[in-house]
Design a protein around this ligand. Structure first.
Ligand SMILES: Nc1ncnc2c1ncn2[C@@H]1O[C@H](COP(=O)(O)OP(=O)(O)OP(=O)(O)O)[C@@H](O)[C@H]1O
Ligand SMILES: [Mg+2]
Length: 157
């Protein structure tokens, strides 16, 4: 059974069909490339998968379970993450602060557990083979490191 199955997905914008009975199957542990010319509908399909926009029709199965009423928070819970073409990072914050944005580790009276967040960030980067300083400012990173940070962030949660 595939990990993810998108079946007969249809989507139109203002009456113009963009996705027509699209089929996508993803197996666990396999990297797939979704290729197509500009405007082919790749982002639209991924936006449907992450619950960013609704589909007109079709079905989505994840780990054998039919997904209904998709939303960004629901797909996050399921472990589906999307790294956007455009970077969604806060340049004025540090690397570890970007990893934990809106999911900060805090203790008594909301006191931020900075040390723990930095340590968790170091562990994450070590596991992924990424050499970025968790305490660096995002503004100071090379574009390629910013992309690695986005991917690391998606994998972390
Ligand atoms: N919110 C929207 N409203 C109206 N039309 C849209 C909307 N989003 C996408 N489209 C149209 O749907 C079609 C598919 O767009 P989409 O962004 O999914 O293509 P893509 O394959 O990701 O392209 P690219 O390679 O440029 O990223 C395009 O014709 C686009 O103009
Ligand atoms: Mg796109």
């Amino acid at each position: 059974m595939p990990l993810l199955q998108m079946h007969r997905i249809c989507k139109s914008f203002n009456g113009v069909p963009v996705l027509k009975d699209v089929e996508l199957e993803v197996e666990e542990g396999v990297v797939h490339a979704l290729l197509g010319e500009n405007g082919a509908g790749k982002s639209t399909l991924m936006n449907i998968l992450t619950g960013t926009i609704p589909k007109d029709s079709g079905e989505i199965y994840f780990e054998g379970q039919k997904l209904e009423k998709l939303s960004v928070s629901r797909t996050e819970e399921l472990g589906i993450a999307f790294v956007h073409q455009e970077l969604n990072l806060f340049n004025d914050l540090k690397v570890f602060e970007n990893i934990f944005i809106c999911k900060e580790l805090s203790g008594f009276l909301g006191h931020l557990k900075k040390k723990e967040m930095i340590q968790r960030c170091e562990e994450l980067f070590k596991k992924l083979g990424v050499s970025i300083d968790p305490k660096a400012m995002v503004a100071d990173l090379k574009t390629s490191d910013k992309q690695l940070l986005e991917i690391s962030k998606a994998l972390f949660f």
